[in-house]
Design a protein around this ligand. Structure first.
Ligand SMILES: Cc1ncc(COP(=O)(O)O)c(C=O)c1O
Length: 363
């Protein structure tokens, strides 16, 4: 047994840190059908994976990668059609949220965030001493854009964060509304587009050249299926990226991740085909859920579906897991009491989930 950590030492830890909880995916347990983290159901085709790993044999593990993954940055810039220096790559977009906190949040600063929102943001704001100003959604869980605009007017926040399409609702904000928020905000507006590839249409990336306060966050964890390798990126005007670089740790992106991402970016048909399948599966899954009258189902603009049943969600989740399918309980968000979220998997995975669901609903 180790000697207990005395309060005299614990009290030296920043209050903002001690008052937080470690990020843990609740309810996770090993089951055959994993639909709880909005991942892509597609791993890289094994031929391509083998080819990539074989070519990686020549890379020296004892050498540092570049301070920043410059080849990947250039490839992303060319894909997005933005000028050189507009992209910063991180160890997943989660990691980049800390860069936002480090750069933009002074102690006590209000940060406007629509609710319910990907929980990591609120914790990041608190950790950096900011004050989250949460804006409740409308009754149908759509963004309350007028409420967001009014909070911006009242609080004059240095930072506004929007996620569109939103996790955990699966609903997107109209592009015109994103633009209104960008134009009303006195400070920076972060638009997290983690699920953009599932909701093609105008992106906030198109606003960057005319609106220098816009920062877009994207990830390769969803449509690109690289959640296990950890790659996310920010897009903003080069002068702002240069400033944010000053707060970055070097070597955050390893050689293997960069190598794999470069290959996938040059293999755009493979990803486009997978997105098409995921979208079609999500449409079918939504329709199947909506046909079950016992459920209240949101229309999804992402690769997951939020739904509610008139029963205890924790028990519901456990009953589904007992039948081999893992989904996520969203009841931790005050606005989402009773809701579960299911990621759209392969056709077979979705069918296995629906079978488990029917079995639970009948029990
Ligand atoms: C809105 C949103 N942003 C960011 C992320 C995390 O992305 P990454 O895997 O790049 O850290 C997620 C993951 O679920 C998400 O839902």
């Amino acid at each position: 047994m180790s000697k207990p950590l005395p309060e005299s030492l614990l009290s030296l830890i920043r209050t903002e840190v001690r008052s937080q909880h470690p990020y843990i995916v609740p309810g996770a347990r090993p089951v055959p059908v994993k639909l709880n983290q909005n991942e892509s159901p597609f791993d890289i085709p094994s031929e391509l994976k083998k080819e990539l790993l074989d070519s990686f044999l020549n890379v020296q593990f004892n050498r540092y990668p570049a301070e920043q993954p410059s080849q990947l940055m250039a490839a992303l810039e060319s894909n997005l059609g933005v000028e050189h220096g507009s992209v910063l790559v991180g160890n997943g977009s989660n990691e980049l949220t800390y860069t936002l906190g480090m750069c933009f949040i002074h102690s006590g600063d209000p940060v406007v965030v629509p609710r319910p929102m990907f929980a990591l943001y609120e914790s990041m704001i608190n950790l950096h001493g900011g004050q989250p100003i949460g804006i409740a959604p409308k009754a149908d869980l759509q963004f309350d854009v007028e409420g967001i605009l009014s909070a911006i007017k009242t609080h004059q926040p240095p930072l506004v964060i929007i996620t569109t399409p939103n996790n955990p609702t699966g609903l997107a904000m109209q592009f015109d509304d994103v633009k209104r928020i960008v134009e009303a905000a006195p400070g920076f507006v972060v638009v997290d587009e983690a699920y953009h590839e599932f909701n093609p249409g105008e992106s906030a990336v198109g606003l960057i050249s005319t609106h220098p306060n816009v920062i877009v966050l994207r990830t390769l964890s969803k449509a690109f299926g690289l959640a296990g390798l950890r790659l996310g990126y920010m897009v903003a005007q080069p002068a702002l990226i240069t400033e944010m670089m000053k707060s970055r740790l070097p070597f955050m992106v390893d050689r293997l991740s960069e190598h794999v991402a470069l290959s996938l970016l040059s293999n755009d048909q493979l990803i486009a085909d997978q997105i098409e399948i995921i979208l079609s599966n999500t449409r079918s899954l939504t329709a199947e859920l909506q046909s079950r009258l016992a459920l209240d189902v949101l229309p999804s603009q992402t690769n997951f579906v939020l739904f509610k049943a008139d029963r205890d969600p924790v028990q519901f989740l456990n009953d589904l897991a007992d039948r081999g399918t893992l989904v996520r309980n969203m009841g931790g968000y005050p606005e989402l009491k009773g809701y579960l979220r299911v990621t759209s998997g392969t056709e077979a995975e979705n069918q296995a989930f629906l079978n488990a669901l029917d079995s639970v609903l009948l029990s």
